[in-house]
Design a protein around this ligand. Sequence first.
Ligand code: PMV
Length: 320
Amino acid sequence: MQATAIAQPNIALIKYWGKRDVDRNLPAVGSISITLSELYTQVTVELSGDLASDELIVNGEESQSMLPRISRCLDSLIGDTRARARVTSHSNFPIAAGLASSASAFAATTVAAAGAANLSYDTEALARLAGLASGSAARSFYGGIVELKNTGDTISLTSLSERDVWPLQVVVAITETAPKATGSTAAMEISRETSPFYSSWIERQDQDLDVARAAILRRDFRGLAAVAEHNCLKMHSVMWASRPPMMYWNSATMRCMQTVRRLQAEGCNVFFTIDAGPQVKAVCLPADTERVSEALVATPGVRKIMTSVLGPAARLVLQT
Ligand code: PMV
């Protein structure tokens, strides 16, 4: 029993930072994200009575560090008396480096595991199960622009715009490929426990969600740009004011932000967003993508850029 799934990472424009319930991995806030197209993770799950324990191979190498999270994800989906699994994952972009690889990996794993076990969950149920493993993974179950609502006891998801309705593009500036020092689960808890800005971050999130949702529905790029940059910088302020502080940026991150500011001053429709890592994602309208790419690739410290249109939802590609 084997199945293969593909999922794209998603980038939050209104960020999720902080958990309401760590055990059930429930986010303390709602979020809005865009699903990318050119970046992907492909996962094959093979369930076999011949395996003594679960195995995880990530980009051709055995991985022990992620294995317990993967095993828990399979247990919650299939049940803990299930056959053991060999999980093989391949991503075409740096992993654990602030590029949402856990979102695409857990979304693809969840879809592939349900396929291998021949279980038919609906999208929302699968998204919730993936969300138990990685909060942001639930958003990769929808293409285009998606909102994750924190409804208290669980999460719910709504598509705000199909991928071709408002064809935003993203230029990802990669400034560092090494894995980050502090994973997001640990970092969120440090913020909750120590950052003096944490409570106002939580209190104001609904306001940012309302402004962003309205801007998306009327395709107001400048309106979305303003609230997305504000929300991103607020999340990083929460991190910087934590003890110990979490500073995910490097000098090239800052230079990329200055490049985006310069492009904006020149009339370009672009804004930046940054997650728990040093990469900068520049969101723009299609007419400006080439200019944004050229400016970011020429920014000192940028190692590589990847350009993407909006992508589709996580999906099963093979079941045998
Ligand atoms: O889903 P996690 O645990 O990888 O957390 C994601 C946190 C951010 O990427 C910083 C923000 C977000 O909403 O994706």
